[in-house]
Design a protein around this ligand. Structure first.
Ligand SMILES: [Zn+2]
Length: 379
């Protein structure tokens, strides 16, 4: 099997390319759907705001307990490492952090923050031709960011819309079943655009999770879990049956609570004389059904058990490769190895490594399937 690709920077080449190994025995494309690059401008802004001290060695932590690695702050340093570990194309997104970028880092309106983020993304894409495709970051609960999203899709060539799984804090925290997000689902479904859903930096319950890095290990996947359950239970996918969403980190903990969602949905408030308003499930189909039709997940989780569960939950054609590399300073090779260990079939591995993301995000990568790698290399 072969993958046709434009040469990086070649005139007339499609902007999204693969840089497969032309000398190795294995000819493999890997699309990393889960990357959060920042460029020099945002890195400088983070230093200015005291999130890290550029004069000191990395990694560092700060008063907010955010831990930053060189792989995150220094893209020039991270890119060769990601290439060496096998990534051929990355999707850039920071949808989970739009609220944080606007309020805490840039101290500007959501719209202005999105513009700053998008400008930096376009610069990153141009600096590494053929290595980045972009997502249009958005604030799911603020419809007035729609023109910026549309421009990023139309002019910036973005391949998905990236949002957070929740916004706000404490009892005011809102998830994506909020009526305020309805514009997003209508827009995404009508335009056949995947919505990438990532937990925010401070997850639901963070106030009791700031030890042992549990906000990262437990809290963020929990945010994805609560949000996924609420999206299903609110009947959102019944109202928008064509909608496709990609939940990161293997779908949080959804695989392990799927049976509980099923029995709660089945029992619902049946037999109760006056069900409390707003509390009963509204979805028509069993919760597990929506993973086969509307929800995709990525493989980021460093765990073969989790990947097996994700494949069983969604089907092998609804799991995509994602590494979270940058904020997480290692692991691409481990993720690749886990995919290979869990999926012995080369055809199934290819679905996870690039074919499914290519299809659902319309990346325009071409698989000729005409020549074997061995034949190709001997020419
Ligand atoms: Zn991430």
């Amino acid at each position: 099997m072969d993958v046709v690709q434009p040469i990086r920077g070649e005139k007339g080449a499609t902007p999204i390319g693969l840089d497969a190994d032309s000398h190795g025995t294995e000819h493999r494309a890997i699309v990393d759907t889960h990357r959060h690059p920042i460029g020099p401008k945002l890195a400088a802004k983070m230093a200015e705001r005291g999130f890290y001290d550029p004069k000191q060695e990395l990694p560092q932590t700060n008063t907010q307990d955010l831990i930053g690695y060189r792989e995150f702050y220094d893209l020039e340093y991270a890119m060769p490492k990601a290439r060496e570990e096998g990534v051929t194309l990355c999707l850039a997104s920071n949808g989970g952090e739009v609220e944080w970028f606007a309020r805490d880092l840039l101290k500007v309106s959501t719209g202005d923050a999105l513009k700053i983020l998008n400008d930096e993304y376009l610069e990153i894409r141009d600096r590494y031709p053929g290595e980045f495709a972009l997502m249009a970051n958005a604030h799911a609960l603020e419809e007035n960011c729609r023109p910026i999203v549309e421009e990023m899709l139309r002019k910036g060539g973005a391949k998905a819309i990236a949002v957070a799984s929740s916004y706000g804090d404490g009892s005011d925290r809102a998830f994506l079943d909020s009526p305020k997000a309805e514009w997003l689902w209508e827009f995404a479904a009508a335009n056949d655009i995947v919505v990438h859903i990532h937990p925010p930096m401070l997850s639901v319950g963070h106030e009791v999770l700031m030890q042992y890095r549990l906000n990262e290990a437990v809290g963020r996947p929990f945010d994805s879990t609560v949000n996924g359950a609420r999206m299903i239970a609110s009947g959102l996918f019944d109202r928008h049956p064509k909608l496709q969403v990609l939940i990161v980190h293997m779908g949080g903990e959804l695989a392990s609570v799927l049976g509980r969602l099923e029995f709660n949905w089945r029992l619902n408030y049946k037999g109760i004389r006056n069900p409390p308003a707003g509390k009963p499930y509204k979805n028509d189909r069993p919760p597990s059904d929506y993973f086969k039709t509307n929800i995709l997940v990525d493989c980021m989780g460093f765990n073969p058990i989790g990947l097996r569960a994700a494949v069983e939950m969604c089907g092998v054609d609804r799991v995509v490769f994602g590494s979270d590399y940058g904020p997480i300073p290692y692991g691409i090779k481990e993720h690749v190895q886990i995919v290979e260990d869990v999926l012995p079939s080369p055809a199934e591995r290819e679905l996870v490594f690039w074919k499914t993301s290519n299809r659902v995000l319309r990346l325009g990568l071409v698989d000729t399937d005409l020549v074997t790698p061995a034949f190709h290399q001997s020419r």
